[in-house]
Design a protein around this ligand. Structure first.
Ligand code: RNT
Ligand code: ZN
Length: 422
């Protein structure tokens, strides 16, 4: 889009927002602290690089679609991530799963991984000037084929996964140390049962024991922090999930860990945006997996919807940016994956900028005075304020594509790069 037009539109928008007491420059400045952790798995449908043709399997999550152009090597994934980064304003982080190690063709099982397998990723992040987060991969593996990992009653399997998580935490500590920014290590396990189980309590007791074993070593907070991710149900685990929200909230509070809230992991009428201020009364930090569930935990591309808006607004209203780590978790294999990635990430960012353009203290005053019609009306009017002009100006300032221009850039990337992949 023409930069002169964007500047003109911004000047007008700035005045319109100023009229309701909102400083657009300050809102843009706030975006510096909105650092979204980019989930590498959108580029390859959660396959990983353990074997040349690795695929997501088991674990109650699935990708649907087979749009051409998926990343099948580290080089391809890095090229994709660089393209994504070039189309996003601000500073991001990388969120890597353990299955994406640089194994150099060697078969390295999950209980054997070491920091050296991730050194080239650390170096890549350093070169990009970004931080890095990490995840144990407790799925797509023989030892998870029966649907149980850390809560397994098969002691050999349980020990295997404890060792995996232990190693992932050590790797995370090394990542954070080298990059000078704490690496958030998230543990999510698929454990659960398709049909009504009997020994719910037994499984949860095992999970608690396994987590305690895996997290026995305390690493400095400047290097790594642990998060645990709950879930309501998964495909094939409809009747019970061992790591439920109640379970992990208790675990996080009692062990001083982060709770990871994935907004696809609750009943559809529950809102993660409403949970943040509850969790933060009792724990220091929260990790988010921002996604878009459609009917079930389907991990659709994030769009600027009311759920995402409430999440962003709650963080900005309460100045929680330093206590809430923002990650994404969607994987759409049915459309251009890089297009999906950029569209979803920009949508999440827009929600934060919209939140920063809210005259929050005025709204609170209305609320406290019982003026609820006025509050409602103002919230409605805010929705159609000239937000796009501020967003475009922010993108322009950051030297990234404004408005719809990124669509053409992604089409070009598809033509030059993605369509040439085998
Ligand atoms: C699964 C969880 C988990 C995964 C990723 C790949 O339901 O949301 O976070 O999606 O770790
Ligand atoms: Zn998640």
């Amino acid at each position: 889009m023409m930069s002169e037009l964007i500047k003109k539109a911004y000047e007008i928008a700035k005045e319109q927002y100023a009229a309701i007491g909102v400083d657009t420059d300050a809102a843009i400045a706030k975006m510096k602290n909105v650092n979204i952790s980019l989930h590498c798995w959108q580029t390859d449908d959660v396959g990983g690089f353990e074997t040349p043709d690795a695929e997501l399997s088991g674990g109650g999550i699935q990708t649907t679609g087979n749009y051409p152009g998926k990343a099948t090597s580290i080089a391809e994934m890095r090229a994709d991530l660089e393209k994504v980064l070039s189309l996003l304003p601000g500073t991001q982080r990388l969120n890597l799963h353990a299955i994406y190690g640089d194994f150099q063709g060697e078969k390295v099982d999950r209980d054997q991984i070491e920091p050296k397998h991730f050194q080239s990723w650390i170096d890549w992040c350093k070169a990009q000037g970004i931080g890095m987060d990490f995840n144990a991969s407790c799925f797509s593996h023989d030892k998870a084929a029966d649907g149980f990992t850390l809560s397994s009653k098969n002691e050999e399997n349980r020990k295997f996964w404890v060792e995996h998580v232990k190693r992932c935490r050590a790797i995370s500590a090394e990542i954070g140390k080298q990059l000078g920014t704490p690496c958030v290590h998230n543990t999510w396990i698929p454990d659960g049962s398709k049909d009504t189980p009997i020994d719910r309590n037994g499984l949860r007791a095992i999970l608690k024991k396994s987590l305690d074993e895996a997290m026995e070593i305390d690493y400095p907070k400047e290097c790594m922090k642990d998060a645990v991710e709950s879930k309501l149900f998964g495909i094939g685990a409809e009747s019970m999930t061992v790591g439920s929200h109640d379970f992990y909230l208790g675990y996080a509070i009692s062990r001083n860990k982060l709770i990871c809230l994935d907004n696809g992991h609750f009943h559809p009428t529950e809102q993660v945006g409403d949970k943040i201020s509850s969790c933060l009364q009792f724990i220091d930090e929260v990790l988010l997996h921002v996604t878009r569930p459609i009917r079930w935990d389907s991990d659709h591309v994030v769009t600027l919807n009311e759920d995402v808006q409430l999440i962003a607004s709650e963080i900005i209203r309460n100045d929680f940016l330093d206590r809430v780590k923002i990650g994404l978790d969607f994987f759409d294999a049915s459309i251009n994956r890089i297009g999906a990635y950029v569209t979803g990430t920009r949508a999440a960012m827009k929600a934060f900028l919209i939140a920063a353009l809210e005259p929050t203290s005025d709204l609170v005053k209305l609320e406290e005075a019982g003026k609820n019609f006025e509050r409602l009306a103002m919230l409605e009017e805010l929705k159609t304020m000239p937000f796009a002009a501020v967003w475009d100006y922010y993108c322009l300032q950051e030297g990234v594509a404004t408005g719809m221009d990124y669509i053409a850039e992604i089409q070009q990337y598809e033509k030059d790069v993605l369509s040439k992949r085998g």
